[in-house]
Design a binder for this molecule. Sequence first.
Ligand code: GSH
Length: 307
Amino acid sequence: MQDLILYHYSMSPFSEKIRAMLGYSGVPWQSITVREMPPRKVLSILAGGYRKVPVAQIGADIFCDTRTISDELARIGNKPELSLANQPQDVHDFVKKTDLEIFFACVLSASDKSMLKKLVKETSLWNTFLFLRDRIAMGKSSRVRTARRPKAKAMVLEHMANMEQMLTQDFLFGDKPCIADFSAYHGLWFVSDLGEKKWVEEYPKVKAWLARMKTFGHGDPKTIKDKQGLDEAKAASPRPTPSESTDGLTGHQVTVAPDDYARDPVTGTLVFADDQRIIISRTHKRVGEVHVHFPRQGFTLEAVNPA
Ligand SMILES: N[C@@H](CCC(=O)N[C@@H](CS)C(=O)NCC(=O)O)C(=O)O
């Protein structure tokens, strides 16, 4: 089996969530850095216009959203605690809130002039202008209601206070980490590391937990070029689907899109859908056929030409 390829960029919190899971699981990986905003040619070939990051690839299977990527890491690394599917309801509730409401609160409250300066330093002034323009446009088409900055900061502090109560053991739901720890980690990483906010100082257990999460590192990725990712997809065939798909749209042209923000649709032929996963087949002359995987929850699935 080919090593997993992660398409990501350094300042992306959801990418950091997966990088930390890769460190924790010890799954070998290859790294392809993408721009902070579209156009991202390699991802438009492989994932057909899905515009969120990160995206992962194993051969001719492409995984969109950190939920499908973490399912793969759980399977390959034999770490079932990384899959949401194996978790009790309280973990589901925590992850849902943390990956959306709290993520936005972290980003809004910690993004300031010094963060923009970092982006200018890491990329360029022009890139930073394009980034801001892109995110403003993305915000306009978003269906997520976000808090204003002072409220966002209050939400982050309340979240930390809640975590401080939860941390009676080394990790949020026990003595070893699970998907909830990684969901909580990436937002606070953004606030504390990129945003350099000292808010965690008031919460000693959260501070110690954050340090513990960082010890997982990112593993030892091999940096490769876009071309290698595309060549790997071309050389492989999509793996068999998990079971027979019984969804009525199977075999039809469909669009799949996130239902919250960055809702750009991806078109393909539905090959599998159940209550956990959607898989569509897409063909591109550069790579041949690929299967693109999405979580079922949080995505719309529609026929292209409904009867
Ligand atoms: N639900 C998605 C969220 C991913 C997400 O929002 N990623 C951010 C970067 S951290 C993004 O894609 N922003 C827009 C972009 O980079 O084009 C997941 O779990 O992967």
